[in-house]
Design a protein around this ligand. Sequence first.
Ligand SMILES: Nc1nc2c(ncn2[C@@H]2O[C@H](COP(=O)(O)OP(=O)(O)OP(=O)(O)O)[C@@H](O)[C@H]2O)c(=O)[nH]1
Ligand SMILES: [Mg+2]
Length: 291
Amino acid sequence: MSKFGVLVMGPAGAGKSTFCAALISQLRSNRRSSIYVNLDPAATDFVYEPDVDIKDLISLDDVMEEMGLGPNGGLIYCFEFLMRNLDFLTDPLETVSDEYLIIIDMPGQIELYTHVPIVPQLVQHLSRGSLNINLCAAYLLEATFTVDRPKFFAGTLSAMSAMLMLEMPHVNILSKMDLVKGTLGRKDMKRFIDPDAALLEDDPADDVTFDTPGNDREAPSKADNLMGGSSFKRLNRAVAQLIDDYSMVSFLKLDVQDEDSVGAVLSYIDDCIQFHEAQEPKEPMDDVEMA
Ligand SMILES: Nc1nc2c(ncn2[C@@H]2O[C@H](COP(=O)(O)OP(=O)(O)OP(=O)(O)O)[C@@H](O)[C@H]2O)c(=O)[nH]1
Ligand SMILES: [Mg+2]
């Protein structure tokens, strides 16, 4: 029996948990079922109670206290512990049928996606062996990053790094679109949706000059040049060029308040994992309970 799932990832505060809740609402209103798996050991408030919660396996607070670790080190420890106790995920997910969408809410610590190979190992476990879940990654980035173009390209690079590292079907999503409504025209927004390296050439932020008398704009060692000097610009251009050369990243727009927007993202995810192809054809009256 096939299983279907989505792994929701992205930097801290990108709107991952809010998106998971919006997905669950959308599925419910379409009479579809979901299993919500929380893998963020620091998460506390949920719109929908998780069906599987990493906090039932290990507590981040306990780890930080007993191991003397900070929040980021503690999180890596929690994931290493999870990898040694994968039955915690296998047991509840093994019996899930192909009608369900398994929604996995990940933590926002970026080092988890870029520095350590834990997430690729987790993906392998979920998508092979006894679970064999058709899994798609949803990588969220806040649309407000478009205001700061170097930051936008840094975020896009993190999305691309996750794509290369995980080698799985992947949708990238610009979340919190409501916050940038009216600030960018359609044409400009298109250049962020399919990231265009030339965005750095005509960055309005370049018109603002931070120059102070006697400042050498070339010297990377000067504090004033750190986020505005020519070395910083060259670095950003190289990052944008790399993204352009790979030509892998494009974004879907998401406004969680708008059901149609959530529905559109869900149908991309469904297509990626071929959810509908696996469903049994239903008779028109199948869903109607007979009195
Ligand atoms: N305006 C607006 N705010 C949003 C949206 N999505 C999330 N937020 C807010 O952004 C903040 C972070 O949202 P979360 O869903 O907790 O983000 P997260 O990615 O799960 O955060 P971490 O798990 O801490 O990494 C919360 O205050 C949300 O209310 C959105 O689409 N629009
Ligand atoms: Mg969260």
